[in-house]
Design a protein around this ligand. Structure first.
Ligand code: COA
Length: 372
């Protein structure tokens, strides 16, 4: 890995050394709550003295340690827009870690994506073979930058980072781009919903969000909802909060799309549904759904599954959907049949049940041609 140049040009951004004119903008960006939350090494609280020490000592020291820390500047005005750098180099593996922040005023217009692309291209040209990018699960904006810059989700680094408050540790998601990977954007298994929602005028589906946690806890701890999941054990409040908090991340990594079912007329939440990719190479996904009691018996579940299936076969490009059900759950079977699913088979003892028992799984399946 040979030394990177002092200046790297990108699309609408220039990567250059930090200088003291960047002091005020650096102090503002690093004191910003998002930067404080998501970049663990940034001093807290952050003062102008910290910015001065970063510009005069911290950033130059990154090079001495085998990495680099560039100021991301507007090429027309020279104004500071952010920072992008390489750290934790592993020379034996020709690998490094890429990281960035953007000043609050410059966010949401492609600065981080352009800077990450430019630095990745330069690093690969100077002998790096593999770049890692580590994000918190809650940091969807950063995960979108990773995807836009050609990085692929590689998994979870469990307890990879100490909490700022001390004591605890948290997981980091690992995103990777190799020197011969295309520059991006990375194709996602689960694209965003058009305008953030799917609707047939009666029912609207939208991505589950952190604020849905209490409602989801109420729904998924109902005895009849628990009885229809495997194993039939109610989730903890923390598990449901995590599920809602990580819904955008799980969607971005292509693991599962979790959606809220909303009654379109009243805007009231009626239940939830989800689509998980069960076999990516075969183009197969699986759907699940549950409604709050007040919304049952009105065709909302059928409408929700129909909308979800149409999206799965359309924008998500799946070729086959399945749904596993408890053999006695005839209301659920009726929903699936109304959408066009057919009974495919009884998988005996497929699922874990209570006290070491096993449960049968009655599987339904749908091909695009069968969707009603
Ligand atoms: C993460 C961060 C660097 C993004 O910078 P940015 O210049 O706004 O990013 P871009 O404009 O290149 O946007 C890239 C994507 O993020 C999305 N995005 C931007 N802000 C978002 C937000 N608040 N929530 C969700 N997505 C967001 C954009 O829509 C875009 O997605 P798309 O490619 O799917 O359209 C910036 O929010 C930041 O400085 N955060 C604090 C520090 C940080 O988190 N650093 C990364 C640590 S891993």
């Amino acid at each position: 890995m040979s030394a990177l140049p002092d200046v790297v040009e990108g699309d609408g951004v220039r990567l250059r050394p930090f200088h003291l004119d960047d002091l005020a903008a650096t102090a503002t960006a690093c004191a910003d709550p998002l930067t404080q939350r998501f970049i663990s090494g940034v001093p807290s609280p952050y003062t102008e003295a910290d910015a001065r020490s970063w510009i005069t000592e911290g950033a130059p020291a990154a090079r001495a340690a085998g990495g680099v820390a560039y100021a991301v500047a507007d090429p027309a005005t020279g104004r500071l827009l952010g920072c992008v750098g390489l750290s934790n180099p592993v020379p034996a593996r020709t690998q490094a870690e890429i990281g960035y922040w953007v000043t609050p005023a410059a966010r949401g217009r492609g600065v981080a994506t352009a800077a990450t692309r430019a630095l990745a291209t330069a690093a690969f040209a100077h002998g790096t073979a593999r770049l890692e990018l580590l994000t918190r699960a809650e940091n969807a904006a950063s995960q979108r930058v990773a995807l836009a810059a050609g990085f692929h989700p590689e998994g979870v680094r469990r307890a990879a980072s100490p909490d700022r408050s001390g004591g605890g540790r948290h997981d980091l998601l690992c995103w990777v781009r190799l020197a011969d990977d295309p520059p991006g954007p990375t194709t996602r298994a689960l694209p965003d919903l058009p305008d953030g929602r799917l609707t047939d005028g009666v029912v609207t589906l939208r991505r589950l969000a952190p604020d849905d946690a209490e409602l989801m806890f109420r729904l998924h701890t109902r005895p009849e909802v628990v009885a229809n999941q495997a194993p039939p054990v109610p989730p903890t409040r923390e598990a449901v909060q995590r599920r809602c908090r990580d819904a955008e991340s799980n969607w971005l990594t292509g693991d599962i799309a979790r959606l809220l079912i909303v009654d379109a007329a009243t805007g009231e939440p009626a239940g939830s549904c989800g689509l998980s990719i069960t076999d990516a190479s075969a183009g197969e996904g699986s759907v699940g759904y549950a409604l709050l009691p007040a919304w049952r018996g009105r065709g909302h579940a059928t409408r929700a599954v129909r909308l979800l299936a149409g999206w799965a076969f359309g924008p998500a490009g799946l070729a086959r959907l399945t749904a596993g059900t408890v053999p006695e759950n005839s209301a659920s079977h009726r929903v699936l049949e109304r959408v066009g699913f057919h009974r495919e088979g009884l998988l005996v003892g497929r699922l874990p049940g209570p006290a070491g028992t096993r449960l049968d799984d009655l599987v339904f399946a749908l091909l695009p041609t069968g969707l009603r």
